[in-house]
Ligand binder design. Structure first.
Ligand SMILES: Cc1ncc(COP(=O)(O)O)c(C=O)c1O
Length: 436
């Protein structure tokens, strides 16, 4: 099926005139005649400008945890609008949301609000450097931590073949415009490699201020940490006085109410949150141990932002946190996600396709390969063309999943049992159509 673009295309043609590549974020551009123009979303569904309807598993790349245009969140935001939004001053609502976060996230002591995940990881890294008085940091290959210069190395978009050997990995700069010298501040290591991280820490601990890690690879098919890997990072950081930062921008308020810290039982020094916290409204936070967070301010470490903790994002976050704590949204999601995962697994097995299921049920994916998948380098073996063909067939049948296997499938509360059943039926048809 080819969707009508009678209305979408003229809008996108206008977009190309005034927005660079017609989009507001590089990753959204799918081509001059292919980039969708979306007009609305409700629950698990979205509609393009021509009225074509899709079940959505991209969910804005993660933030939609309850469903698009959730009535409860919309009500909270619209009620708050009359109070005004931005005062360059503390509000009680901001205190209430911070209190809820401290209660909900294990061992969270103090935090600050920002607007985006990028700002949260940028400030978390600066805070760790300001506290430790050491400038370099470790990140893991395939992990994306936002669009600020320090972290744009060896991300999900980087070519695996440019990353060098596992024993001597090369930090791959993502695009032009990033000062070359910044590369000297980062070590990019393979995820789930106990020895590589131990060696790097032992060799460089005198200059390593922070270790920044997505607890599961939210930008690489949701690959989870091997048993003991996060504990290993924790004990190395303890031993060598390095600040452990969990980037929970994708995992926070998605894996469980307390995020990956709770799910995997490892407490970092600082973690960062964004996406699900606002169910689509721009709100983010970073926080952790008071001893570290207290280096912020008073002429010491800088954290600032005009729109931080604005009334609209606080009203949205307040509603999301109440909904998550009053009913077992994420637990139910995980049950439905498990059913989806098992169903996909069975269909792929029935079709005789070698595959690896990856990720937590609430942020999952799979790769078409017979090789075990533990980190980004393993993607070199996956049959991405077949994956893309299956997802294109799903898209043609009204279910939108990223056709690049690196981006996981996201679930939200509005993905009901009925939606999951329908998805599995369409998936089976799409696999068959792709193998014809
Ligand atoms: C793990 C992670 N950290 C940080 C970011 C950056 O967040 P934002 O796009 O809100 O700046 C992202 C965005 O996808 C992410 O996946």
């Amino acid at each position: 099926m080819t969707y009508s673009r009678e209305i979408s295309q003229p809008i996108f043609d206008r977009a190309l005139e005034v927005l660079v590549k017609g989009v507001s974020s590089n990753f959204r551009y799918l081509g001059e005649k292919q980039t969708p123009v979306i007009s609305k979303g409700k629950g698990a569904r979205i509609w393009d400008a021509d009225g074509n309807e899709f079940i959505d598993y991209r969910l804005g790349w993660g933030p939609i945890i309850l469903g698009h245009a959730d009535d409860r969140v919309n009500h909270a935001v619209s009620e708050h609008l009359d109070n005004g939004t931005t005062f360059a001053a503390t509000t009680e609502l901001e205190v209430i949301v911070a209190e809820k976060l401290v209660k909900m996230i294990p061992s969270m002591e103090k935090l600050r609000f920002t607007n985006t995940g990028t700002e949260a990881t940028m400030h978390a890294l600066r805070t760790a450097r300001g506290y430790s008085n050491k400038e370099k940091f470790i990140k893991f290959e395939g992990q994306y931590h936002g669009a600020h210069d320090y972290v744009l190395f060896s991300t999900a978009s980087s070519s695996v073949s440019a990353m060098g050997s596992r024993t001597s990995p090369i930090p791959v700069q993502v695009g032009s415009g990033i000062p070359n010298k910044i590369r000297d501040y980062v070590f990019c290591l393979p995820f789930n490699d106990f020895d590589a991280v131990e060696k790097c820490v032992k060799d460089h601990h005198g200059e390593l201020g922070a270790m920044l890690v997505e607890p599961c690879l939210g930008n690489i098919t949701g690959i989870e940490p091997k048993d003991g890997f996060l504990q290993h990072l924790r004990s190395l950081c303890d031993k060598y006085n390095i600040v452990l930062i969990f980037d929970e921008v994708k995992t926070g308020f998605r894996l469980s109410n307390g995020g990956a810290r709770e799910t995997y039982g490892v407490i970092p020094d600082i973690s960062t949150y964004a996406k699900s916290l606002g169910n689509g409204l721009p709100v983010a936070a970073f926080g952790g141990r008071s001893e570290i967070m207290d280096v912020i301010g008073g002429g010491s470490v800088t954290h600032a932002g005009t729109f931080g903790a604005n009334g609209i994002s606080m009203a949205a976050a307040n509603a999301v946190l109440d909904i998550l704590s009053e009913s077992p949204v994420l637990k139910n999601l995980s049950e439905r996600g498990t059913r989806l995962k098992n169903g996909l697994d069975q269909i792929l097995t029935d079709a005789d396709l070698p595959h690896q299921m990856c990720g937590h049920p609430n942020i999952q994916g799979f790769l078409i390969t017979d090789k075990k998948v533990e980190e980004v380098r393993d993607l070199a073996h996956s049959n991405d063309d077949l994956y893309e063909s299956i997802m294109n067939n799903m898209y043609d049948r009204g279910i939108w999943i990223e056709n690049d296997p690196r981006e996981p499938w996201f679930l939200c509360e509005a993905h009901t049992d009925e939606v999951i059943d329908h998805t599995l039926n369409i998936f089976e048809e799409s696999v068959k159509a792709s193998l014809k």
